[in-house]
Design a protein around this ligand. Sequence first.
Ligand code: AMP
Length: 216
Amino acid sequence: MRIMLLGPPGSGKGTLSERLEKELGFFHLSPGQLLREEVKRGTSLGKRIASYIDKGHLVPTNFVVEMVRLEMRGKKKVILDGFPRNREQAEAFADVKIDLVLYLDVSEKVAVERLSGRRVCVQQKHGFHVHHFPPKKKGVCDHDGSSLTKRKDDAPAIVRERFLVYRKETQPVIAYYRKKGLLREVDGNRDPGDVYREVKRIIMMGAPRKRVQKRK
Ligand code: AMP
């Protein structure tokens, strides 16, 4: 099963994907993470990538599409976290069979609050939140013991730019997949556990559970 996961910055895509990987065996493919790893290597390619990420802009489509195609090769259960990010990327993937597109709908207020408290480990694989999802030991990653830091692009000015890019470039992608009948919307303003359980149900059942009214 191949799932695309869309949503604004701070909508909880990474948190949800980590859990889908751990509990349901999905391969978590995050272009953002792969790009940051290249930046960390300090290569000349990494420096070029950083010039986009540090401004909150999208990395050029050709490069990202090629990278995602290579990474997902041979993988049966994949979650594409934050891909596609614009119409061009979606169209470049029109030949790839996708089973489901999940859209995590989150208000900008909630998303900004989440980003301001977000911490990631220096391995940059695991995410935490100072209030909503704190690590067991302050400043230390529960998973690999490395120290926790703020992402450079979570600075308020960059976050504002990322939202502008999201509204202009990524929102049209939601309409694109809705039209294709692949889209499922999930209210991402809730507790991450509730979001996970709803997504799990969608994956298992192929459709969101009907809300059953409790009798009084
Ligand atoms: P994320 O980790 O998904 O929040 O992405 C962080 C940054 O990586 C974005 O602001 C972009 O600069 C870049 N990025 C991530 N995914 C993509 C993508 N699909 N296309 C272009 N740039 C991306």
